[in-house]
Design a protein around this ligand. Sequence first.
Ligand SMILES: *Cc1c(COP(=O)(O)O)cnc(C)c1O
Length: 357
Amino acid sequence: MSSFWSDGVEGLTPYVAGEQPKVGNLLKLNTNENPYGPSPRVIEAIRKAAGDGLKLYPDNESTQLRQAIARNYGLDAGQVFVGNGSDEVLAHIFNALFRHEGRTLLMPDITYSFYRTYCSLFRIPVQLVPLDDSFAIDPADYTAAHAAPPAGIIFANPNAPTGLSMPLPDIEAIAHANPETPVVIDEAYVDFGGESSLGLLDRCPNLVVVHTLSKSRSLAGMRVGYAMASAQIVDGINRVKDSFNSYPLDTLAQVAALAAIEDADYLEQTCQAVIQARNTLTRELEKLDFEVLPSHTNFVFARHPRHDAAQISAALRARNILVRHFRQARIEQFLRISVGTPQDCERLCKELSEIVR
Ligand SMILES: *Cc1c(COP(=O)(O)O)cnc(C)c1O
């Protein structure tokens, strides 16, 4: 606390990221990084661009990258917004789309915790809607009539940290029931077996779909995310971005992301490997009596009927394995475990079998 801080800084609740310790032989299964690393074409593109050209400012509109994303999904480049990680893209979305006097944002009580941080930063009133008893989002909670249209609706699909998916007809129903409300679907994990709502963009002018290159494309260190929506919505997000930082993506990030988007085969192969490892991991955890929610992501969300989650997490840590544990009502007995390579999963299960024996 300092008297130099602006009003409101003391009241902020910053997001707490999973730890990134530098210890040898550490198995990191706590931040949903992809074990396979980026496409070799990404490394090659960065090498080529790492030269004298870095003296120049990057293309402030990331034109080639936005065109490649647009081509990949059958959109116009004007429908694509890119930013320094999807966290930044989401921050600009909260700022540009969710601040409406006298209106309240709707989102699940259990979802990506950064959303609440942005609400506190931008002073957006929020109503948390409880997940149902099976930890799913009930679409009826979002299609019911409200006194004033919600300022916005946001959730991740598949949701985090539950890993559960909402079917596309439900998303379409939510968008149609709230025509005056921007409906933002964070598809950070969609490439691991989820269904993208991008196909609804034509029919739902209020829909915004957010992707990241951090998970399925294994570029968490590069910080690139993007949003797709109508050109008018993207225009609004751009106005906010250009009032804050017109060069959010550096030259290397732009060429790396472009190469990653263009290497569809590598994406497919590595995602399939993660999906297979996830299915095996789920079966092995169930053999150890864990209850595992059905996941469409690169993590599993699991609890044990007889062992305390915080204690399992601490015991794993003592054995150099990090998983994520949230001290939050309703989910404090769950662990979120990122899916590693088959060898990573084996090592995890071997240690777990000793811990819960
Ligand atoms: C990981 C994650 C993000 C953040 O991704 P970055 O692009 O690395 O900032 C956003 N939303 C969800 C749901 C995530 O899990």
